[in-house]
Design a protein around this ligand. Structure first.
Ligand code: F6P
Length: 319
């Protein structure tokens, strides 16, 4: 193996840059040439790539986002798009790919690498922590901390003005961010896609609390479980209490990666290069119980089961 290429795909996650840096610097240290592909799969299709060196990744370890850019690329799911991507790989003598991304990126990687027999490893990076078989993904710790900072601020105004706040966090299919944030911010309730929404029960508990003298509430909702402005409107109607909605949105995807996200990123970058050099392919690099592990793409893309009941019950007990 002489030359590898690295790309970031899907939604960006804070820590992708330290992961790129690690792949480039560790790879070159091992005698490999490392190419950076721009805008994920789109860059392979459209031949947007260049040879990186040590200095190409200077000054990025503390930056959110990805210097390689990223996008969701539907063209990659067509035969023509895949053929063009493969032509780029052949033309530039790329022996293997490192794909930094989440569930969707690994679904695409698995399909492509099997079809064209291109060795490929993944590095799990997604704020959603939706990769099965590993503890956590690059970026999810940062996103939780970013959301938490915002919710701590909201708590100040919620307490001062004695209001209900419904705060929407990211997670289209997963309540992971919502549950973790709920545990960390001490909210009154959390609404997630994994549990059926029972707004009457939520409102009942707000009204009961109010009768006992409680005057402010924070309700966290994962985007996949409902839209904060709609839920806030319903709560106002059902409780008569003044309710405000905040949608945190993409601020959760940006910002300086935390120490945890960075250390995970640089560790998995090294593991990805070592994995390819050992001749292993179609694996996602991740951590489980403090150890680096390799998970088959096929297993990594299965739905990740969360310990929803345990986390939800704890949120409610501690309210
Ligand atoms: O990257 C994951 C994620 O942030 C999800 O939590 C969210 O549902 C989705 O991406 C948003 O995607 P987009 O930025 O394409 O709107």
């Amino acid at each position: 193996m002489k030359r590898i290429a690295v790309l970031t795909a899907g939604g960006d996650a804070p820590g992708m840059n330290p992961a790129i840096r690690s792949v480039v610097r560790y790879g070159t240290n091992k005698g490999l040439e490392v190419m950076g592909v721009f805008r994920g799969w789109w860059g392979l299709i459209n031949e947007e790539l260049k040879l990186f060196n040590h200095r190409s990744v200077s000054g990025i370890i503390n930056q959110g986002g990805t210097i390689l850019k990223t996008m969701r690329c539907s063209e990659f799911y067509t035969d023509e798009g895949q053929d063009r991507a493969y032509n780029t790989i052949k033309k530039h003598n790329i022996d293997a790919l490192v794909v930094i991304g989440g569930n969707g990126s690994f679904t695409a990687a698995d399909l492509f690498c099997k079809k064209y027999k291109v060795p490929c490893v993944g590095i799990a990076a997604s704020i959603d922590n939706d990769i099965n078989g590993i503890d956590t993904t690059i970026g999810s710790d940062t996103a939780i901390n970013t959301a938490l900072g915002a919710i701590d601020n909201i708590r100040d105004t919620a307490t001062s003005m004695e209001r209900v706040f419904v705060v929407e966090v990211m997670g289209r299919e997963s309540g992971f961010i919502a549950l973790k944030v709920a545990l960390a911010c001490g909210c009154e309730d959390v609404i997630i896609p994994e549990r059926k929404l029972d707004l009457e029960r939520v409102c009942h508990s707000i009204v009961n609390g109010n009768l006992r003298g409680k005057v402010s509430w924070i309700i966290i909702v994962a985007e996949g479980a409902g839209h904060a402005p709609d839920i806030a409107k319903d709560i106002t109607q059902m409780t008569t209490l003044e309710t405000r909605a905040v949608v945190l949105g993409h601020i959760q995807r940006g910002g300086r990666p935390t120490a945890f996200s960075r250390i995970l990123a640089v560790t998995l970058g090294q593991a990805a290069v070592d994995c390819l050099l050992s001749g292993t392919t179609n694996k996602v690099m991740g951590m489980s119980n403090g150890k680096i592990i390799e998970i088959d793409f096929q297993i990594a893309i299965q739905k990740k089961e969360l310990d929803v009941d345990r986390m939800y019950n704890l949120v409610k007990i501690l309210t």
